[in-house]
Design a protein around this ligand. Structure first.
Ligand code: ADP
Length: 160
């Protein structure tokens, strides 16, 4: 039976850093379910539907990647889809403390689901959705930071 892994996040919007983690997870796990979590306290620029359409378009060529959305607890979502693993990306030490907290909490909620971390590619270690939005807002070149459909969507949001 192929192992199902969940890659959860806000993906507001998807960056090349996220895409790299998704692709690498897809090489290891049988099925990768990208889960757009819709319960964040963060204000989002893109609606869940917009984020979903962008991720679907960009990952269309990877056969074992699926994109879904969830508004409950991530670990409940993972359990409901039969996942045995959660995959998160790690950029810097600053990510570590937060991820450690979330992972420990998730283990309390369900110890049968294991969390795996994929270390960022050096070229993406500075990359986040927030920084991409900030650069796009002021008309900076984001073409090497995000896939083309995301670049176009950001341009439309900021009417450049
Ligand atoms: P969240 O709001 O849950 O942090 P994000 O959409 O910001 O969700 O990120 C989803 C996942 O992708 C997280 O595990 C995050 O650490 C990881 N990630 C974000 N940017 C990068 C990057 N540049 N390289 C590697 N992993 C990343």
């Amino acid at each position: 039976m192929s192992k199902i892994a969940v890659v959860p996040g806000s993906f507001d919007p998807l960056t090349n850093g996220h895409l790299d983690v998704i692709k690498r997870a897809a090489r290891v796990f049988g099925v990768v379910k990208v889960a757009i979590m819709n319960n964040s306290a963060k204000d989002s620029l893109f609606t869940v539907e917009e984020r979903m359409a962008l991720i679907k378009e960009v990952t269309a060529t990877i056969p074992n990647v699926e994109v879904e959305t969830s508004s409950g607890l991530m670990i409940d979502y993972a359990k409901s889809v039969g996942a045995t693993a959660v995959v998160r990306g790690l950029r810097a030490v600053t990510d570590f403390e937060y991820e450690m907290q979330i992972t420990s909490m998730n283990r309390v909620l369900d110890e049968s689901i294991e969390t795996f971390f994929i270390m960022t590619n050096n070229q993406y270690s500075f990359l986040s959705s927030s920084i991409v939005k900030e650069v796009a807002k002021y008309g900076g070149n984001i073409s090497v930071l995000v896939p083309k459909p995301v670049e176009d969507a950001l341009k439309r949001k900021f009417v450049l």
